[in-house]
Design a protein around this ligand. Structure first.
Ligand SMILES: [Zn+2]
Length: 334
């Protein structure tokens, strides 16, 4: 069966983005085409087709403004892929190998996949709870966890939700990891004097409803963030801590008064990564999990705390941290 190269490419990119792949590998061996996707770091075969190899590579090269007639030297280029729901920049590199050409397409999506709180790993109850917190007109919402726990993804899901509700969402990040539709994202550029706190001050003059601050690293940023939250903006930020009480202590270290903080705090999302039992064998150990009983990828585990008067009172207490921690754990869900 003859498939046109453009339809084939469309199908490959569509499926690759669906599977959240970061790269697509096209290998031509004696004119035959082999396509692999890299997803979650792993290379997986997508399809093999007899023939088709050269016509597909020509199509990719033409789109990327590479020399279509040249297949003996490495080349690179790029193009933009647009479908009804997706926009993606595709960076292309080709090299000649002894059996045929090899082309790698790096996918850089401009619209993130549709992320809902439940697909991040929250329960239905937690997801509703987060949406209730986001409905607040002003205040502070913290996402807390160790580095690499997926805090940015959670922040992006919240920003996307708020933008969908028609709120004006601005951010200062270091760096911007993914461009979100309908959000105005600014990047820290210390060389040009754009820091978290100077960027934040500039964003406050842009009539925001929602401000996202990638991270609060110093006292100045903490104070500007608090003032913004008190003066009618919803402020989302992260803290490097392991639980809610630890996150509050970080702000106290930056000179923020406990009562000021807890008055304006609307919610805290705590997340960390945990290994999940293998879905194939339920933890007994099988070939799929190489006998470990666990899934290969760690999965985020969430605790979502909506701050009510009771919790706010406990968090504002000047009692020793250990005491606050045990009182808080008695009134919150694990
Ligand atoms: Zn298993």
């Amino acid at each position: 069966m003859e498939v046109s190269a453009s339809i084939l490419l469309e199908r490959i990119l569509h499926d690759a983005l669906d599977q959240l792949s970061t790269d697509v590998h096209l290998q031509v061996t004696d004119g035959n085409l082999h396509v692999q996707f890299r997803s979650s770091g792993q290379l997986v075969p997508f399809l093999s087709l007899p023939g088709h190899g050269e016509s597909l590579i020509r199509r990719v090269k033409a789109l990327s403004r590479m020399d279509v007639s040249e297949s003996r030297i490495p080349q690179d280029g790029s193009f933009r892929y647009e479908s009804e729901t997706r926009v993606c920049d595709v960076r292309v590199a080709s090299v000649p190998t002894v059996s045929g050409e090899s082309v790698v397409m790096r996918l850089l999506p401009l619209t993130p996949p549709d992320i809902s709180f439940e697909t991040l790993g929250m329960s239905a109850v937690q997801s509703l709870c987060v949406k209730r917190m986001l409905r607040q007109p002003y205040g502070l919402i913290l996402t807390v966890g160790p580095t690499g726990a997926g805090k940015t993804t959670t922040m992006y899901a919240m920003m996307t939700q708020l933008a969908r509700w028609g709120r004006r969402v601005l951010s200062i990040e270091d760096p911007v990891e993914s461009r979100l539709p309908d959000c105005q994202q600014m990047e820290v550029r210390e060389r040009f004097g754009v820091t978290f706190d100077s960027g934040l001050k500039a964003l406050l003059r842009q009539d925001p409803d929602v401000l996202m601050i990638g991270e609060v690293r110093d006292a100045t940023t903490a104070h500007v963030a608090l003032r913004a939250a008190i003066s009618g903006h919803l402020v989302l930020t992260t803290a490097h801590a392991f639980d809610m009480v630890g996150a509050i202590s970080r702000f106290v270290e930056f000179g923020i008064e406990r009562t000021v903080l807890t008055d304006v705090l609307k919610g805290v999302i705590v997340q960390h990564l945990e290994s999940k039992p293998c879905t194939a064998c339920g933890g007994v150990g099988c070939d799929g999990c190489k006998g470990s009983g666990f899934e290969r990828d760690l999965a985020p585990v969430f605790a979502v705390h909506e701050i009510d008067d009771n919790l706010s009172g406990l968090l504002a207490s000047s009692a020793p941290i250990g005491q606050i921690r045990s009182q808080v754990s008695a009134v919150t869900l694990p």
